[in-house]
Design a protein around this ligand. Structure first.
Ligand SMILES: [Zn+2]
Length: 132
């Protein structure tokens, strides 16, 4: 490929994380017809083609899966821990695990938002047993 031809940069395609009364929340959508929660916007619900309404989903949920990236990415030193989190009543969201140390969390671990990384990625941390 030969450069960007002077075109403006693409918009950030990640789900939008916004301040909320409880800390941070995902600014997502929910289908008006089938109630499916969505992290990314679209012209209609991908399940039933129903109309979408905006909805805020607090960054609190359950780890669906997590892994450790041992390959450094630009601006992101290795190792880095990532997790897919099923937000309570909301969609599945990819986030980073707060650390160091970079440790995987078992599927089913309860987590909460822990801010944003310097790159704007949502950070999650395990909720201590006594706070669940
Ligand atoms: Zn739907």
């Amino acid at each position: 490929m030969s450069g960007d031809r002077g075109l403006p940069p693409l918009p950030d395609s990640r789900p939008l994380i916004v301040p909320d009364s409880a800390g941070l929340a995902l600014a997502g959508w929910r289908c008006r017809d089938c109630a499916a929660p969505l992290a990314l916007d679209g012209p209609w619900c991908p399940r039933c083609r129903g109309p979408l309404d905006t909805e805020r989903f607090p960054l609190r949920g359950t780890v669906w899966a997590s892994t450790i990236l041992r390959v450094p990415l630009p601006g992101r030193p290795a190792p880095t821990a990532l997790a897919y989190v099923d937000l309570d009543g909301g969609p599945r969201l990819l986030g980073h695990l707060a650390g160091p140390p970079a440790e995987r969390l078992r599927a089913g671990t309860r987590v909460r938002g822990a801010g944003l990384s310097e790159h704007g990625d949502p950070l999650f941390e395990a909720i201590p047993e006594e706070a669940r």
